[in-house]
Structure formats: C-alpha cells, structure tokens
Design a protein around this ligand. Structure first.
Ligand code: 1CP
Length: 341
C-alpha cells in the first residue's frame, strides 16, 4: 500500500482534498544535484546504471515532495533496442547516424527481446521502488510510435520533422510497418515496466501536434490506442499529446485513465472536448515558471479552480525548462499542497 496515493485516486476519478502534482521532466535539467551527476557520466551511462537512474529519479522528490516520481530514462532507448543507433550529443541532443529512410531500413529493425536489450530499465525500476519506500507512485513512460518515428527518420530533433512526415506521405506502407514495429516493442516494454514496479505509465506524444487532425488519426492515435488497450488491464495509462487538443474527444473514448493538456488549450475547452468525466493533467505554461513566485502561486490557484480539484492532476503543459529558478518550482508545488477550496 502506498502512503500517498493521491495521484492514483485522481486517476481513478475519486474525490480528493487537493489535486496531486508532479512535473513533466522533473528528473534532471534544472537541479544542481542532477548537474553534478551529469558532469561525471554521459547520458546513456546515466540511463543504463540503475544506481544513477534511481538516484536521479528520487532527487526532485527529496527536494520538493511531488506526489509521483517519474523514472529517469529516455524515450529513445526504444529505437536503440530496435537496432537503430542513437547517440546523445552534448549541447546538440539526439543524433541517429543511420536514420530510417527506406523499406530496407524498416526491415533491418527488430522487435527486440526486452530483457536482453532493456533489462537495465527494469533493474532501475526495482532499485527506485526500494528508494521510494512505498511513499508515492512511480511513473514509467514511453514515446508514442509517431514521436519515436520522428527521431528514427529525421535522425535528430527538428522544428517541423519534415523528413519524418515526407516518409509517411511518400512511403506509407513502410511507415506503417515501422509504426507497428515500434508499437509492438512499446507494448512489450511497458508491460515489463509495470511488472518491474511502475504504478502508472505515460505515453509522450511530443510531436503529435505536427500532424493535421486527419493525419493524426492515421499515423499517431491509431497506434497509441493499441498501446492503451494492451496496457489498460495492467496499469493506469496517461496519454500526453502536445498540440493535439483536436484529438481530446476521440482520446476520451479510449481506456486511458487521464489525458495531458498543453497550455494552448483552456481548462474549459479541454473539459468540454473530453466530455467532462476523464481525468485531465496539465497545463501550466513551462515558461510561466519564470514569473515571480507570488505570481506563480496565484496562477496555480486559478488553474486548479478552472480545472476543478477532482479528476485533475496538476502539471506543466510540457517539460520543465532548464533555466527555472529552484524557488519558483517550490512556489508551484507549495501552491498545490496548500490548496483547500
Ligand atoms: O545529457 C542530458 O542530460 C541530456 C538531456 C536529457 C535528459 C535529462 C535527454 C536528452 N533526455 C533526458 C531524460 C528524459 N527524457 C526523461 C527523464 C525524466 C525526466 O527528465 O523527468 C524523460 C521523461 C524524457 C522524455 C523525452 N525525451 C521526450 C518526451 C518528453 C518531452 O519533453 O517532450 C522527448 C521528446 C525526448 C527526446 C530527447 N531526449 C533528450 C533531448 C534533449 C530530447 C529532446 C530533443 C528535441 O528537442 O527534439
């Protein structure tokens, strides 16, 4: 039994005293204790060493006491396990030297044995659960198949993922085969993560908003929905699709326990589009954490009033930025914890 199960109760739609709070990308980036580890070990060493990954996961919890922890890892461990080389270049980001551009490239990828390729993630989960000592739930995550395909084809981050979109529109058969392979791998992976101890899983569709509403259904939602269906009996599933307010209605009919909302969609509109019954998560503008602490507190209170305290998880509308003052994060978390309407 978890000592603080507020997050799980909000995902269940139960009445709560205050909404739970955690921050997307809370592990890493802005914390000095993370930067100290980052100086000593390269990115994939941090991911692949359970002692380091579990330590980075609990760092923000020790400092701020969020209501959920998210495992330190990356969405790009999936293409890596599928036989696609992925490097993380300092001050540049992901770099995939041999991107997927043809049917032959798709054929060369594999749906891997999860224990052989990603066993280190399961070890990190087990070690993190020990460190968390049943205080709060642990979130495991994966990228959506579309968002993974974006990197696998583009070969790096991008403002528009033009090569990834071009691949889907000119070689749809190869693209769908690739998306299905990523989906199959992700289902196996997330099921193992739940078995290893994750209480909740979140699917990050960071680049879903690059697609038109029609293309979104074909190239992204169709595959996310397969993952949600496959996992729903095992764990609570949250779908965060940035820029995809237009899909909230369709998503609300799935077996997801909660839907993420970014800051371009109002609480009222998100509630309306999602039918009013499903738990929503979000949607503070990450840049708004640059505001003075008293402004942050006022805006958080306002945001909780707009979403309502029930069926709601307080979060940002995307990941926390690296340049946020530590006391501003405190103001955000404290405002939620002090909330009692
Ligand atoms: O050396 C470093 O520290 C590199 C920075 C870094 C970190 C800290 C990367 C490279 N990944 C991560 C960890 C990470 N990535 C987590 C761990 C938990 C946490 O930080 O709380 C998570 C949840 C992710 C997920 C992730 N990676 C997403 C989805 C969420 C989102 O922010 O949209 C995406 C798109 C990535 C790709 C990625 N990995 C790293 C970078 C710099 C990027 C983004 C590149 C781009 O902008 O395209």
């Amino acid at each position: 039994m978890l000592k603080n199960d507020l997050f799980l109760r909000a995902l269940n739609g139960e009445t709560v005293k205050r909404p739970p709070v955690w921050l997307m990308r809370q592990a890493g980036r802005y914390l000095p204790e993370f930067m100290a580890i980052r100086e000593k070990y390269d990115f994939f060493t941090r991911c692949q060493t359970p002692e380091l990954a579990s330590e980075i996961t609990v760092q923000p919890i020790r400092r701020y006491g969020m209501d959920a922890a998210i495992l330190f890892s990356d969405i790009l461990v999936i293409p890596q396990a599928m036989n696609i080389e992925v490097e993380m270049k300092p001050n540049f980001g992901p770099w995939l030297p041999n991107p997927i551009r043809s049917q032959q490239d798709v054929d060369n990828t594999i749906v891997p044995n999860i224990h052989e390729t990603l066993g280190y993630v399961m070890d990190a989960i087990k070690m993190t659960k020990e460190k968390l000592n049943d205080e709060i739930p642990l979130i495991g995550f994966a990228g959506s198949p579309w968002t993974i395909l974006c990197y696998a084809v583009q070969g790096q981050g991008s403002k528009n993922f033009d090569k990834a979109k071009g691949f889907c529109f000119t070689k749809p058969k190869a693209a769908h085969e690739m998306l299905q392979k990523i989906t199959d791998t992700t289902i196996l992976y997330l099921k193992e993560k739940v078995k290893a101890g994750c209480d909740v899983v979140q699917i990050f569709d960071s680049w879903g908003g690059m697609l038109s509403p029609t293309d979104y259904q074909e190239f992204s939602w169709k595959y996310i929905d397969q993952i949600v269906e496959a996992l729903a009996d095992d764990a609570k599933v949250i779908v965060f699709a940035k820029g995809c307010w237009y899909a909230l209605n369709e998503m609300s009919k799935s077996r997801a326990s909660a839907l993420g909302v970014d800051w371009t969609c109002s609480a009222r509109n998100a509630r309306y589009l999602s039918g009013g019954n499903i738990t929503l998560q979000g949607n503070f503008d990450p840049s708004r954490l640059l505001s003075p602490p008293e402004d942050i507190k006022r805006m958080v209170t306002q945001m909780i009033r707009e979403f309502g305290k029930d069926r709601y998880v307080v979060n940002l509308g995307h990941g926390i930025l690296p340049n946020i003052p530590l006391e501003n994060v405190s103001a955000f978390i404290d405002a939620v914890k002090e909330h009692n309407d």
